[in-house]
Write a protein that binds this ligand. Sequence first.
Ligand SMILES: *Cc1c(COP(=O)(O)O)cnc(C)c1O
Length: 360
Amino acid sequence: MWKDVEVTLEKVAVDQRKEKPSQDKLGFGVHFTDHMFLMKWDRENGWHDAKICPCRDFQLHPAAMVFHYGQAVFEGLKAYRGKDDQIFLFRPKDNLERMNESALRLCMPRFPVESVLKALKGLLYLEKGWIPAAEDTTLYIRPTMIGVEPAIGVRPSNEYYFYIILSPVGAYYKEGCKPTKIYVSDEHVRAVKGGVGHVKAACNYAASLYTSELARKFGCTQVLWLDGCEHKYIEEVGTSNIFFRIDDELITPPLEGTILPGLTRDSVIKLSNMWGIHVVERKISIGEVLEANRNGRLKEAFGTGTAAVISPIGELYYKEESCLINGGETGELSSRLFVELQAIQRGEVDDPFKWLVRCG
Ligand SMILES: *Cc1c(COP(=O)(O)O)cnc(C)c1O
């Protein structure tokens, strides 16, 4: 079906293009480029009407199924302007394949990864001028799929939109790799085994908002989620995976269906292994973490994700008690990973795992 589809191009007239925001005031996810990629799916035609077109509003019927039954999945990746003004993507196929897994879990159609990657490269070529060059700035890429058939009644939609929008962004945290204060929720949970916690489905984030607001009230930036069964084992932190360095081991919760299989998580595991650090994927309870911290065995803790890359955890707030990790400072391994991953992403150092895709 896809093979018959050509990606058409509808450009915004040059004098209609937006003014680009200044690179030192980008913020995160507030500016969008002139163009997007869009394609449609229905039962009869499969994927069709693929185009790179102006990034404009959709007209959807109020009964569009995404509004009621939440069929929405997305991805987050970045384009980097690196060495010699080259543009790089970091493991883009892994993101798109993960999106297909998300789609499958929500009874949405899968899409051809290679073709979409090609379209993304085309879009980036057109929007190259939007990829910022200043330190710590990138172009955030948000592929999204939604069910748009106007109908009431719980069942999979028969019509979908797949689109990719682009947003130039600054550093997630202004100070770069800055330690955060984290709220450990012993009341709410993010996911349970058998649920959808392992896919990037929009419903997961809607379900997390209430607890995130609660965290903010305690001066925390993110929620550390515990398991849905015993409220005891660590799962992940906000929209990041989590790592603890205890003694000489790097420990991270295993992928058992309730946490997102992060690409940054996977990259951190591979880099650390390469550096001779012993990485263990195992269950770890909040009790074990707090005790290791009291005994001085917990050296550092950090979150991993595309948005912030590495985000050190300076403090945990659990059951109305605060505890500092590593004196509230950024740990040595956190810094090393942050620097190395960013250098790889910008093509400044060797790319031992062939993660980078050059696109112009
Ligand atoms: C996106 C996301 C991550 C991080 O995944 P990356 O591929 O490293 O960006 C972790 N946890 C959740 C819940 C996420 O949505």
